[in-house]
Design a protein around this ligand. Structure first.
Ligand code: PEP
Length: 254
């Protein structure tokens, strides 16, 4: 399989612009120029940091992304940001369907499908998030939740477009909670997701799709989480705000 290993940082709504530029600069110094392009490092910043951070990382092999985008092309949508605008900053990526967008901003599967299409049409690659809440895992319906999120939010894409999608499995109970999924729980769900991709598309597509784990991943637990055969890296929230911590996580991805 040719799938790429990726560590993506999600800064969420943190850091002033100057602080963000400083963090990006520190990470760049620590990781250096990344000649081996088989391990991708992506910083997903707030919109207002994106041009500056993209300029700082330009030529480094590291990528940048937004954390959300509009499902619309342009127009009278005060406060919204389109996928084309994101691309114009030099960014290559956008996170779609993060659990905070789903829960706090009421984004449903149909809207996330439209956003994913808008992003891909504009030329961005997508990190598409899925994952169950605690109550769903306790009831044993976590596989059904993830199946629905992917079927309704993503698998309507034609195969050609799906090739530019990375999936992030983020159990909601593990996000920002300090509780990670066990390596076995992560691997079990990642394997299930790969099977769903094979059913929706085909085996080669499934084998070539990068599937990230997210949820309280830090340098002390990253290596054991990434050891899973179907775990191709991580989406990192809190731990992406400290350069040493984030770079140690990058270093633990083999
Ligand atoms: C996230 O929000 O994508 C995430 C994984 O957060 P944290 O690492 O802080 O749990």
């Amino acid at each position: 399989d040719m799938r790429k290993k990726i560590i993506a940082g999600n800064w969420k709504m943190n850091l002033g612009v100057g602080e963000g530029y400083r963090l990006a600069g520190e990470i760049l110094r620590m990781l250096g120029k990344r000649k081996d392009n088989d391990k991708g490092v992506i910083l997903c910043t707030p919109y207002i940091h994106l041009k500056g951070v993209s300029d700082i990382l330009n030529g480094s092999g590291m990528g940048t992304g937004a954390q959300n985008c509009s499902d619309k092309i342009d127009g009278a949508l005060t406060g919204e940001i389109s996928a084309t605008m994101i691309l114009s900053t030099g960014a290559q990526w956008v996170i779609i369907g993060h659990s905070e967008r789903r829960t706090l901003f009421g984004e449903d599967d149909a809207l996330l499908f439209r956003k994913t299409n808008a992003a891909l049409d504009a030329g961005l690659s997508v990190i598409f998030c899925c994952g169950e809440v605690l109550n769903e895992r306790e009831k044993g319906i976590h596989f059904e939740t993830v199946r629905r999120q992917l079927t309704d939010g993503l698998f309507g894409l034609p195969a050609t477009k799906f090739g530019k999608v990375v999936i992030a499995y983020e159990p909601v109970w593990a996000i920002g909670s300090g509780i990670t999924a066990s390596p076995a729980q992560a691997q079990e769900m990642h394997r299930f997701i790969r099977k769903l991709i094979a059913e929706a598309y085909n085996e080669p597509t499934a084998g070539n799709t990068t599937i990230l784990y997210g949820g309280s991943c830090k340098s002390s637990n990253a290596a054991e989480l990434f050891a899973g055969a179907d775990v191709d890296g991580g989406l990192i929230g809190g731990a992406s705000l400290k350069a040493t911590e984030f770079c140690a996580i990058v270093g633990s991805l083999k």
